[in-house]
Design a protein around this ligand. Sequence first.
Ligand code: GLA
Length: 669
Amino acid sequence: MNKWFNRLSLSVFAASLPGILTTLTFAAETNIQDLAGKDAPTGAVWLDTQDLSAVGSGWGVVGAGKAVGGGSPLSINGRKFVHGIGTHAESVAGVDLKKTASRFLAAVGLDDETSNGGSVIFQVWIDNVKKADSGLMRGGDAPKLLDVDLTGADRMVLVVTDGGDGNASDHADWAGAAVFATGNPVKMVASDFKVQDMVPNVMPVIASCDPAKTSINGPRIVGTTPGNPFIFLVPATGAELKDFSAKNLPAGLKIDSQTGIITGSVEKTGTYPVTLSVNGKGGSVSRKLVIEAGNHKLARTPPMGWNSWNCWAGAIDDAKVRAAADAMVKSGLAAHGYQYINIDDCWEKERDPNGDILPNEKFPDMKALADYVHSKGLRLGIYSSPGPWTCAGFAGSLNHEEQDAKTYAKWGMDYLKYDWCSYVAEKDSGLEGLKKPYKVMDKALDNCGRDIVYSLCQYGMGNVWEWGEEAGGNCWRTTGDITDTWGSLSAIGFNQNGHEKFAGPGHWNDPDMLIVGRVGWGPNLHPTKLKYAEQITHITLWSLQSSPLLIGCDMSNIDKFTIDLLTNDEVLDVNQDPLGKPAGRVADSNGIQVWSRPLLDGTYAVGIFNTGMDTVDGTVKWSEIGIQGKQPVRDLWVKKDLGDCDGQYTVSLPAHGAAMFRIGRPNKD
Ligand code: GLA
């Protein structure tokens, strides 16, 4: 028996065992060596000698015996290969086999040309069944051998997916890729195979809000500036709610007992513990709400609401904003703490002769619109740029900052997203140049006589998380724009690690708006392209990270799954936890990540994430979150106690999915 036959029988054996993939690590050393040279193994053809024009690549130029970036020779962890295909995630390459091939071999890994960057997963699919998977590989990892039996196969598809952190630096090599075949039938072909289609879309079982039970939800602390108008709707669920009350309200505020809307203006600086109560068919409940009055006390918890961009973009108008306010109440979202209705770009027209900004014809009366939104107890937001133009090309606020802030206050705005767009920093002004326009508007907002939450948007330039608070921001975008794909979501979400130490009450990292429900960035909407499991990952990650929760979908046409996803009060309580300590990553191996944060009551919120494409177990160890012994575990998405667990907890996670827990014993008081 020659050595190739020997190994072939091993790979057939491995492939025939259920659940065992044909990633063979034994004898890998010899085989990888055999794939490194100039000559193909006897009976095999190098894939890179074929026409590679149909090979897909997420970036760069696909290389025959060369890496995708600069065309340097293939090299993985210092090992050089004469043959192979250099490509970049996401990459799909079809190979027509016509049942004449017997075996595929390749040494896979990230090319050294990115100096240990990137993370990917290599997969080999045979006639739509996954036959080999490298597992998560990072730059600097030694090459792994993929060895696949091709007997009777029609079509092979070589796939490189990003490793769950976006595709930056994902220079991926199919080094020494060889097919054993009779004659020379192997042909690279275009493939419409979509990796995303291979992620199963199974609807998870998650809890719904109990409509019969009376409950007060939402933030437990809210801030305001003495003397400025205050509006707050007590978020409450249950049947036949009545008799809203608020004990110990600070002087200047009153509550409407029918609607639960608190209005007025706090007279004096102070911290006011208020007791909210409501009666309903499902019982009477009370809950504490701290009202903190002082300078710069806004956004004590991450803002929750809606923004028009991911939904309507340039198709936004007055009627759609009113419909959003109506739907936020009717859908029940407002009863869980969603509060802001934010108009993004495309409301502006030009300036009048006095330099005052005018809305375009789609917004005939901004003040009337704000009154309408406020009549529901909700708050209204607006958008501008420190530059001369917004990103969509409308008038920005440059040299009109004070004037615009006063206009927003006059109209009744409660939130401003301030988007860098066309702003040009002064030459050589460095970090100060990045901060400057934001400080200018901050001062203007301070002097406008209204509480306007200040949201910086400049996509993370100059590590904005390190100075966003100093520039007066209540939140700051840490990334470019999100879209409703796993690539975008995972790249943004899992790259937030490390930012958590800069956020806290009044100043939050903002990894961009939510992409669940019907989105579209224009007049035509579509259901989010995210799988159900990916949506759980999205809301789990954003809640753990104390991110603003700004819904980006059409709330007037919202399905039950999306409602359940957005109204789980136990998950939202983590996002809104008054301690305000966002989660960071505490473990990361083999595609399983664990993120954890401490909560005010002494327990921990934990998310376990599966960035891989198979259902696998994920474990959180108590040592990773800093606790010991037997601890109660509660599943937040299912709203179920799982009992006391000793030292760790393991859960089965679907591809791209997540689970979220509260772990530990709450403090007595
Ligand atoms: C930028 C922002 C988006 C949106 C658009 C509006 O791209 O990042 O969130 O506000 O501008 O033009």
